[in-house]
Design a protein around this ligand. Structure first.
Ligand code: PMP
Length: 324
C-alpha cells in the first residue's frame, strides 16, 4: 500500500516477497520515520487459522503513526489486507504445537529529500515468517540485567510508539548484557533511574503478597497487547491487578522479605517469560527459587490455549481467517 499527499493511501497489492528499491535520500534512512507492529496467526488442531487481537495491533499502529507524523492507515482495510495475505500464504503456517506465523506490518517514509520534515510519501507493507515453538521444552525462566546507564525512552519522547529509534537506543546495552550472560534488559526511567519501565520486548509484572503489580502506562512504555490480555485474565480469576509506578528498590526489598512471589515478562513472541533472576548494580535477586511460578504457568497455558484454539475464547480475542 502506497501513500502520497495528493492520492492518500492507494494501490493495495500482494506481490512475491523480495527486495524493494528506495532512493538513498529516502527519509526513513536518515530520520527514522518508521513504525512497526508484530502479531501472530495460529493453525488450530481442527485446521482453522486464527489471528490474535489483530484490531489492537492496527489501533496501536495508528497511535505510533500519529506520534511519528505518519498518516493514519484504515484499520479495517489493513485487517482485510492481512487476511488476504495470510490466505495466500496459508500453507506456510506450521501446525506443530507452539508454532505460528509471525506477522510484521510496518510503515516507512519514502520521500527522497534531506530536509527534516515529515515525508510526503510512505509505504505500508506486511511481511510474515513461520516461527517455531518459543519454548521447545516447557517454559523456562530468564535472567535479566537491570540497566542503570543507558535509557530506552524518556517522557515526551517516542517510548510509547513502536518505532525503530526505541530499539536502536537499546542495542548497546542489550549487547553488553548478553555478553554477561543475560538474555534481556530491564529498563528504568530516564530521570531517577529507579522506576521500572519494561523489558526489551516485553512488559513486566510482579506478584507481591498475592496481588499482581505492573508499571502503569506512562507515555514511555509500550502498551503491550499481551499485557492487556494478561491483566484481563488475572482479574477474571479474582486476583487484583494494580497498575502503578513501581521502583526497582521496592522490588528488591520485596524480594528480600519474601513478599515477591513471582515476576514475569509478557509479549507476542514468548507470550510469557518467567523471571528467575535480576541483576541490578551487581546485586543478584533470585525470584521464586529461579523457577517458573504457578501463576506464570497458568497464564501461559490459558493464553496459548486460546490462541491455538484448544481452549474456549470467552473474551472474543481471536479472529478467524476464512480459507476459501
Ligand atoms: N514492549 C516492547 C518494547 C515491545 O517491543 C513489545 C513487543 N511488541 C512489548 C512490550 C510487548 O507488546 P505485545 O504484547 O503487544 O507484543
Amino acid at each position: 500500500l502506497d501513500y502520497s499527499v495528493d492520492k492518500g493511501w492507494h494501490d493495495a497489492r500482494i506481490v512475491p516477497y523480495g527486495p524493494i528499491t528506495l532512493d538513498p535520500a529516502a527519509k526513513v534512512f536518515h530520520y527514522g520515520q518508521t513504525i512497526f507492529e508484530g502479531l501472530k496467526a495460529y493453525r488450530t488442531a481442527d485446521g482453522r487459522i486464527q489471528l490474535f487481537r489483530p484490531q489492537k495491533n492496527f489501533q496501536r499502529l495508528n497511535l505510533s503513526n500519529a506520534r511519528l507524523s505518519i498518516p493514519d492507515v484504515d484499520g479495517e482495510l489493513a485487517l482485510e489486507a492481512l487476511k488476504a495475505l495470510v490466505r495466500v500464504d496459508q500453507d506456510w503456517i506450521p501446525d506443530a504445537p507452539g508454532t505460528s506465523l509471525y506477522i510484521r506490518p510496518f510503515v516507512i517514509a519514502t520521500q527522497a529529500a534531506l530536509g527534516v520534515a515529515p515525508s510526503t510519501h510512505y509505504k505500508f507493507m506486511i511481511i510474515m515468517s513461520p516461527v517455531g515453538a518459543y519454548y521447545a521444552e516447557g517454559i523456562n525462566p530468564v535472567k535479566i540485567f537491570v540497566e542503570s546507564d543507558h535509557v530506552r525512552a524518556v517522557k515526551g519522547g517516542v517510548g510509547e510508539a513502536k518505532t525503530a529509534g526505541n530499539y536502536a537506543a537499546g542495542l548497546n546495552a542489550q549487547e553488553a548484557a548478553s555478553k554477561k550472560g543475560y538474555s534481556q534488559i530491564l529498563w528504568l526511567d530516564g530521570v531517577h533511574r529507579s522506576y521500572i519501565e519494561e523489558v526489551g520486548s516485553m512488559n513486566v509484572f510482579f506478584k507481591i503478597n498475592g496481588e499482581v503489580h505492573t508499571p502503569a502506562l506512562n507515555g514511555s512504555i509500550l502498551a503491550g497487547i499481551t499485557r492487556d490480555s494478561m491483566i484481563q485474565l488475572i482479574k477474571s480469576w479474582g486476583i487484583p491487578v494494580i497498575e502503578r509506578p513501581i521502583t526497582i528498590e521496592e522490588i528488591y526489598e520485596a524480594g528480600r522479605t519474601g513478599a515477591l512471589e513471582e515476576a514475569f515478562g509478557t509479549g507476542t513472541a514468548a507470550v510469557i517469560s518467567p523471571v528467575g533472576e535480576l541483576n541490578w548494580r551487581d546485586e543478584r535477586l533470585t525470584i521464586n527459587g529461579g523457577k517458573t511460578g504457578e501463576l506464570s504457568s497458568k497464564l501461559y497455558e490459558t493464553l496459548t490455549g486460546i490462541q491455538n484454539g484448544t481452549l474456549p475464547d470467552p473474551f472474543g480475542w481471536t479472529v478467524e481467517v476464512p480459507q476459501a
